[in-house]
Each structure stands twice: as structure tokens, then as C-alpha cells.
Design a protein around this ligand. Structure first.
Ligand code: NAD
Ligand code: ISE
Length: 336
């Protein structure tokens, strides 16, 4: 049985605690913490977990074998570094940290530790539709990939959501997915800005992000975060002699009153429900078997942050911005 401590008991923290206590096997949530003590007390009592005053106290708790970080992005670095210092595996929700420099500090601390401890919550890699798309691509069924068209649409976003978060918090999922899907780094980013959605207040919404991969695939991502009608994630790869796209979201279409309708998910919890389950079960199994995670690494978290920084710079300057990565440590695949 893997004993897990969860830092941050907000929306996704509660959802991951629910799946670890009610859905998945081989795991027990033994400790929780949140800066909002009332929330962590309520969530901890429900889960039958010890409630700690701070993340550091939770990490030091001997009843915690592994740590899950679900607090706000700017707090991720301190907790991931503390878990590495304690030698405990740590699953960190995306983004790994909010700056590329902070992500690099995590990569370096893990490399100095000498074995992998960190996994980042890029759950699209566990979604059955994205996995099928990659299988088709890798089998060569549509020829070499040339382009990919994506859309990342949120019905709405919380009031603390700022302009750059369309890239650093939202499109960062496509940035990670593209690196994984095409098995290559992203070399440059551009951002085009259409007229504003009047639902978006001060936000520059939508945005049109263009990524260039190192092997010359062009990827466009429409990022709309106030589209009202629901949560809609799209992706179509254009190959040399065919295309492959994420399918319809619903196994059932309802036809009535001269209309045909597919339900649209309300938010990420509904759309990626099964992907989060698979992501966590694979993480629990890997840590229980080997003590080492096998999913998206701190290097993946770092690379996504560097590309998202380049995209933010492209948004601010209106120009094409090249991506420049640090040297990859041996632990993450660089050859000696
Ligand atoms: P949220 O605001 O609902 O919850 C965050 C919680 O962290 C809050 O309860 C807050 O009090 C707590 N917190 C803040 N600072 C803290 C600290 N120093 N120590 C302990 N707790 C602290 O936000 P959320 O939507 O649950 O997002 C949390 C993280 O999960 C973010 O990094 C976000 O990007 C990520 N996320 C990922 C996905 C995904 O699809 N993988 C979806 C949503 C959110
Ligand atoms: C949120 O943090 C997520 O990660 C969701 O998957 C994404 O769709 C949303 O835009 C983010 O704010």
C-alpha cells in the first residue's frame, strides 16, 4: 500500500483525493495540508487523513511515502525541492514551476539525488484518444506528419486567471502533448491575436499559438478561455496521405426535435476523468514496484516551461521567438 500526502486541497487536490480514496487500488491518503486550514480540515476529515499545518511538515511525516502537490503553481518549486531533499517521490500538478529557472533548479536537484523522483501532471499522455492518435501516427498510417490543428477551449476561467496564463496554464498542455506526440522538441513559437471575445473582460482572449517542432511540423493552437458553451479539446494531425483526429466526445448522439446533439463536457474534470485515473494508477503502481516514476519527468516540466516562456515573449513582442534549452542531464536521457 502506498501512503500519500497531498499538498493543496482545492479543486484538483480534492478530485485526486477522491480518486485515490474511492477509485484506485494500492493507495491510501494518509495526510493533507492547505494554507486554507478550514478546507484542509474538512477534506482531511472526509478522507480520514492527518491534517498538517504546512507542506514541509507533511513531507517530513514518516507515514507519508510519496507526495502529491496540487497547490497553486508559484508554490510548486518549494514543495518539490523539499520532497527531493527528503528522498520521497513527488507527483506535481502542472506546471512543474512557474518559471523555467525554477524548473531547472528542480531538474538539477533531482539529478544530484541520482534517480528519478518527480512526475508532472501532464495527463493528456494518459487519455485514450490521444494515445490512439499517437499509435496511428507511430504506425505510419497517415504518412509523415506535416501539421497539427488544436483547440483548447474553456467555458470560463477563475477571476485570478491572468493574460499570460492562456499560455502558461492552459496551452502548456498542448506544448507538452506536442513534444510527446511527435517525439521531438519545439524550436520556436509565435502568437497571433484576433479580435477580443467580449466575454473575456481584460484578458486577450482568444489567442492563436503557432509552434514549430525541430522536425518541421507546424502546430496551431486556438486558446479560448471564455467560450461559454463547454470544455472542448480538439486535435487533428495532417499527414502526407491522411489525417487523424480526436474523435467525438460522446459515444451517443441524441436526435430529437429536428436536432442531433452530442453532450459537451463542462470542464477538465469531466473530459479527462479517465485519463487522470490512468495517470494516477500508473504512478501508484510504478512507485510501489520500483520507487521511481515512469511518466512525464522534471525535464518534460522544464522543457514545457521554456517553450511557454518563449510563447509569452512572442505574445508580448509579436515576433517569432526561438526556444533554447539547457543541457539535458544524463538522468533524463542525455548520453554521456
Ligand atoms: P485551486 O485554487 O482550486 O486550489 C489550489 C489550492 O492550493 C487552494 O486550496 C489553496 O488554498 C492551496 N494553496 C495555495 N498556496 C498553498 C501553499 N503554499 N501550501 C498549501 N496549499 C496552498 O486550484 P486548482 O484548480 O486545484 O489548481 C491547482 C494546481 O493544479 C495548479 O497548478 C493548476 O495548474 C493545476 N491543475 C491542473 C489541471 C490538469 O488538467 N492537470 C487542472 C486544474 C488544475
Ligand atoms: C487548468 O489549470 C488545467 O490544467 C486545465 O486542464 C486547462 O484546460 C485549464 O485551462 C487550466 O486553467
Amino acid at each position: 500500500m502506498l501512503h500519500v500526502g497531498v499538498i493543496g486541497t482545492g479543486m484538483i487536490g480534492q478530485d485526486h483525493i477522491r480518486r485515490m480514496t474511492q477509485v484506485l487500488a494500492g493507495v491510501e491518503v494518509t495526510a493533507v495540508t492547505d494554507v486554507d486550514a478550514a478546507v484542509s480540515r474538512r477534506v482531511g476529515d472526509l478522507a480520514g487523513a492527518t491534517v498538517h499545518a504546512t507542506g514541509e511538515e507533511l513531507i517530513a511525516d514518516p507515514s507519508v511515502d510519496a507526495v502529491v502537490v496540487c497547490s497553486w503553481g508559484p508554490t510548486h518549486e518549494q514543495y518539490v525541492l523539499a520532497a527531493i531533499a527528503a528522498g520521497k517521490p513527488v507527483f506535481c500538478e502542472k506546471p512543474l514551476a512557474t518559471t523555467a529557472e525554477a524548473c531547472l533548479r528542480i531538474v538539477e536537484a533531482e539529478a544530484a539525488h541520482g534517480s528519478r523522483l518527480v512526475q508532472v501532471g501532464y495527463m493528456r499522455r494518459y487519455d485514450s484518444a490521444y494515445r490512439e492518435l499517437k499509435k496511428i501516427l507511430d504506425a505510419g498510417d497517415i504518412g509523415l506528419p506535416l501539421m497539427m490543428h488544436c483547440a483548447h477551449r474553456n467555458a470560463s476561467v477563475p477571476s485570478h486567471y491572468e493574460k499570460e496564463m492562456a499560455i502558461t496554464d492552459t496551452a502548456v498542455h498542448e506544448i507538452d502533448m506536442v513534444r510527446w506526440m511527435f517525439g521531438t522538441e519545439i524550436k520556436a513559437a509565435r502568437v497571433l491575436v484576433p479580435r477580443k471575445n467580449r466575454n473575456g473582460g481584460d484578458l486577450q482572449d482568444p489567442l492563436f499559438l503557432i509552434l514549430e517542432t525541430a522536425n518541421e511540423v507546424l502546430v496551431d493552437v486556438e486558446i479560448s478561455v471564455n467560450i461559454r458553451y463547454g470544455y472542448d479539446i480538439r486535435g487533428e494531425i495532417v499527414g502526407e496521405h491522411g489525417t487523424a483526429s480526436l474523435g467525438s466526445l460522446s459515444p451517443v448522439t441524441v436526435r430529437t426535435s429536428l436536432r442531433a446533439a452530442d453532450p459537451v463536457p463542462a470542464d477538465w474534470r469531466e473530459r479527462f476523468l479517465a485519463a487522470y485515473d490512468v495517470e494516477f494508477q500508473e504512478w501508484i503502481d510504478a512507485i510501489s514496484r520500483t520507487g521511481t516514476p515512469a511518466g512525464p519527468s522534471s525535464w518534460d516540466g522544464y522543457a514545457a516551461a521554456v517553450v511557454s516562456d518563449a510563447a509569452v515573449a512572442a505574445l508580448q513582442s509579436g515576433s517569432r521567438v526561438e526556444v533554447s534549452l539547457a543541457e539535458q542531464p544524463k538522468l533524463h536521457g542525455a548520453s554521456a
